[in-house]
Design a protein around this ligand. Sequence first.
Ligand code: IK2
Length: 369
Amino acid sequence: MNLGVGAYRDDNAKPVVLDCVREAESRIAGKSVMEYLPTNGNAGFIKHSILLAYGDDSVAVADGSIAAIQTLSGTGACRLMADFMHRFAPTAKVYIPVPTWSNHHQIWQDAGCEERLFRYYKAETRGLDFDGMLEDMENAEEGSFFLLHACAHNPTGVDPSVEQWRQMSQVMKRKQLFPFFDMAYQGFASGDCERDAAAIRIFVEDGHKVGCSQSFAKNMGLYGQRIGCFSIMCASPEEAQRVESQMKLIARPMYSNPPLHGAAIVSAILGDPVLKKQWFGEVKTMADRIIDMRAQLRLALEKSGSVLKWNHVTEQIGMFCFSGMTGEQVDALRVDHHIYMTRNGRISMAGVTSSTVGRLASAMHEVTK
Ligand code: IK2
C-alpha cells in the first residue's frame, strides 16, 4: 500500500485524469502552435489563475495591481518568491512553519535566504499551536516574511479556523510581517475552491500586500505538466508592472520561458464557465473521497480495539493525515505489513481506498498497541 506521495488516487488506487482536463485537451488539440511563450507565460492563464486565488470580485486583479508570472508549478512559484525575496529584501528572515513540506527549507536555503522557524503544530493535541504561532509572530523582526500554507497544510492536515486567520492577519499587520501563501491544494481541503481561498482573501481585506504561490498539480491533477503561478500584490498598477518586470528578470536566466501545455489546459477550463463548473464538481469529488476515507479509517481504528484516540484522523483536513505514529512504528508498517508512508507518520489519505482501509487500520492498531 503506497501512502507516501501526495498524489490523488481513485478508489481503485489508480491515478486520475479529470474529465474536464480530457475535454480541455480535446479542444486545444492541433490548435496551438508550438512557439515559445513569453518569459512571464500565458497571459490568459495568469489572469484566470489570479482570479481563482484572489476572487472574481478582486479589485486588485481588476485594476492590474497584482504582479504575476506563470511558473513551474508550486515549487517553481516558491522558488521565484525565494529568489525575489533574496534579491530585494536580502536581510529579511523567512519564517517557516514547523513542520512543513520539507522542500520549503531547501527552496529558501538554496536561494540564500536566512530561515527562522515558527511554531505551528502541537503534538500533544495533534492540532494547531495557535498561541505558540502568535507568540512567534509577535517576536519576529518587523519586515520578516512568513510562509503560510493557504489551506490543507502539508504534512499535518491542520488548518487555522477563519477566526484564527483573522487574528493572525491582525498581528501580522501590526508587526508589518509579509504573508506569503503557498496554495498547493485549493479545493482539496473543503472541496470548495472559493472557501479554500478564505485565508488569502481575509489578509487582502485587512490591507496586506500578500504574495501567493498556486499549483494546479493536485486540484486539476496536472502534476507532471508543471503548471503554477506566482503573484505579488502591489500598491498600484505601475508598481505591479515594475515588480513583474523583476520577476521576469529572475525567471529568464533560470529557464527562459515556461511550458505551453498545462497553461493551455488550465485556461481552457477556467475560461469556460461550463468546464469550470465541471472542474469544481470534480475537485469536490476528490476531496469528498478523501473525507470519506478519513471517516472510514477512524471508524475502523476505533473498532479495532485500539485504546488510542483517533479523532484527529477526521479533524485534520486535505490530502494528509498526520497520524502521530513514530518512525519506528512506520518502519514496522513497512516491514511487517508492506504499507509505505513518510517516516514522520504522514499518511497520504488520497492513496487509501475502501478495499484497503480495513487492512490499514488493523496494521496501524498492530504497530501502535
Ligand atoms: N507546496 C506544498 C505545501 C506542497 O505540498 C507541494 C507538493 N507536495 O507534494 C508532494 C508530497 O508532499 O508528497 C508543493 C508546494 C509543490 O507542488 P508542485 O510543485 O508539484 O506544484
